[in-house]
Design a protein around this ligand. Structure first.
Ligand code: ATP
Ligand code: MG
Length: 556
């Protein structure tokens, strides 16, 4: 398939095709406008893949613009984390990073223009009265008593607001639209408010800050955005978007298009709620691998390609829906199945002693990194007469379904010899501590010639040369599919969302693993080395995903 045929198609791309065909636009300019009030989540990844993906496919440009009009909730650390995440997903923004705050001066002038046209006024109703006057969905609003203040007086009052002569909450600048509109957002919305807050970009220069609905459309116009794509909750606000654009002298006319947001089962998809999890220490930070943030997925071993593939599979529509976790997991599993080198790790080790293996002998076995992709090469895995195997891979007796090691039965050790168990030692509680076996020395890469039929293949590591590792097994963070509906997240946290295995043994080649590099631990799943710099020098592996879909079972 050619690259063009491989492109996703959706209603927004159809609009763009039509706009280009009709000559309404000659190029495509999009933007991604995060508010720097938290880390980006996988819902944002969907929005990023859409706006940046369109720019890419249409040879257009996509701006990264921080929608930074709420200084109290914002933080420069979030500004940095967001840039890192967009880059990691594989996208490049056009030119420098933009900030809505770059336009505060222009936005102020546009507000003055509205006042001069008699389309904005300074209102002194307090918050409670403003709400009362606004009415409800069933009841029209009432005009503010300040609605008919003269232009000259409004200009002077707005100037006072700007100069810090008004208190927070004392007054606001409102657009004069229609207090009876069936769209609540059109009932004289506030467009500027007083806030004596330090801003991460503009410092203490401003004590009035523009509201989102006023800022966003004008920033789009200033940047020459042709298609301003956002989620459906802004559908009604499109009236206000268009009203502002029509009523001030903008350099270009942008249009807003809405699509349905991503909801993912068993996760929360709101920075505000994710922030609660962090603040209440229900998780270990924004990049805790159980979080649905891009940083957390990265730390968990997801690849940028798998996240882009996910965005492609879920598509872009106007239909509200909730995506099953198995869709996301299938994307990473398919990627890692092809691309992650194999390695061996024993999570719950017991000794395997090969009694007929020559004393003090060791071998360096050459093992393929990938069963079907020769290009991934080979590695050395040391072998000797004392190994570790998984406790669950041995039973003294078992029926035919158990295709692992059983006394008097044979299995193949992955990449090594065929062994037959003979006996075992147990501790006082009856747990097996050591299994004894004999090996067939002519079975390296060959079937036994003596008629022995190995029952299966098990993984192993060398007892002496393997190294200690901590392995973190992650599971869904919540016990309910829709945690957003809960009042108290504490009560729906999955107590088994993180199981930390401290005494795992892994093959020595993993000492050279790079943070975030993925591996398939044979028969266990996909894992990556944790990227937490506090843990440097310690081998901590995070489970990205199991080998098979366990979610299908859970949902049944
Ligand atoms: P949150 O409630 O998580 O803070 P937000 O919409 O307030 O989300 P912004 O930083 O304002 O977050 O969002 C930047 C862009 O990402 C917006 O255009 C928004 O429409 C889009 N977006 C946010 N959440 C989702 C989601 N779940 N699915 C798809 N797009 C989303
Ligand atoms: Mg927001």
């Amino acid at each position: 398939m050619s690259e063009a045929e491989n492109r996703p198609t959706n209603f927004i791309r159809q609009i763009i095709d039509a706009d280009l065909a009709s000559g309404k636009h000659t190029h495509v300019q999009t933007r991604f406008p995060p508010e720097p009030n938290g880390f980006l989540h996988i819902g944002h990844a969907k929005a990023i893949c859409l706006s940046f993906g369109i720019a890419q496919d249409y040879n257009g440009l996509c701006n990264l613009r921080f929608d930074d009009t709420n200084p109290e909730k914002e933080d420069i650390d979030y500004v940095h984390a967001i840039q890192k995440d967009v880059k990691w997903l594989g996208f490049e923004w056009a030119g420098d990073v933009h900030y809505s705050s770059d336009y505060f001066e222009q936005l102020h002038d546009y507000a003055v223009e509205l006042i001069e046209k008699g389309l904005a006024y300074v209102c002194f109703l307090n918050a409670e009265d403003t709400r009362e006057y606004r009415g409800t969905l069933n009841k029209p609003g009432k005009n503010s008593p300040f609605r008919d203040t003269s232009v000259a007086e409004n200009l002077a009052l707005f100037e006072k607001m700007k100069n810090g002569e008004c208190k927070e909450g004392e007054c606001s600048l409102r657009a004069k639209i229609d207090m009876t509109s069936s769209f609540m957002c059109m009932r004289d919305p506030i467009i500027y408010r007083v806030k004596f807050a330090h801003h991460h970009q503009t410092g203490d220069k401003w004590c009035i800050y523009p509201m989102y609905d006023f800022t966003h459309c004008l920033s789009d116009a200033i940047e020459g955005i042709t298609h301003s794509i956002c989620t459906l909750e802004f559908q009604d606000n499109r009236r206000l978007y268009d009203w502002v654009i029509e009523n001030v002298s903008v350099p270009a006319v942008p249009h807003q298009y809405e699509f349905s947001r991503l909801n993912l089962e068993y996760t929360l998809m709101s920075k505000r709620k994710l922030n609660l999890l962090v603040e209440e220490k229900l998780v270990d930070g924004w990049d805790d691998p159980r979080m649905p943030t891009i940083a957390a997925f990265r730390r968990r071993g997801y690849t940028p390609a798998s996240m882009r593939e996910f965005a492609k599979r879920i598509g872009v529509t106007k239909m509200a829906n909730t995506v099953e976790m198995s869709v996301l997991e299938a994307c990473i599993r398919e990627d890692l199945n092809d691309n992650a080198p194999r390695a061996m790790a024993v999570l719950d080790p017991i000794k395997l002693v090969i009694e007929n293996y020559p004393d003090n002998k060791t071998e360096d076995l050459v093992v393929k990194n990938h069963p079907s992709d020769e290009s991934q090469g080979t590695r050395i895995v040391p072998f000797s007469g004392e190994l570790y195997i998984e406790a669950e891979d041995f039973r003294e007796e078992a029926n035919k379904k158990y295709k692992r090691l059983v006394i008097d039965k044979a299995v193949r050790l992955r990449g090594a010899y065929v062994v037959t168990a003979t006996r075992c030692d147990k501790d006082e509680q009856g747990n097996v501590t050591t299994v004894y076996c004999n090996y067939l020395d002519d079975t390296l890469g060959k079937n036994p010639t003596d008629g022995t039929k190995p029952k299966g293949v098990i993984h192993w590591v060398d007892a002496e040369k393997s190294v200690d590792a901590t392995i973190r097994l992650y599971d869904r963070l919540f016990t309910v599919p829709n945690p957003a509906a809960e009042d108290d997240f504490n009560s729906v946290i999955n107590p088994e969302s993180l199981i930390s295995i401290e005494k795992a043994r892994v093959e020595p080649s993993l000492k050279n693993a790079k943070p975030e590099a993925a591996f398939q631990f044979e028969r266990q799943g996909y894992f990556c080395l944790d990227n937490d710099i506090k843990e440097v020098g310690k081998l901590v592996f995070n489970r990205t995903v199991g080998l098979r879909d366990t979610w299908a079972k859970i949902s049944k």
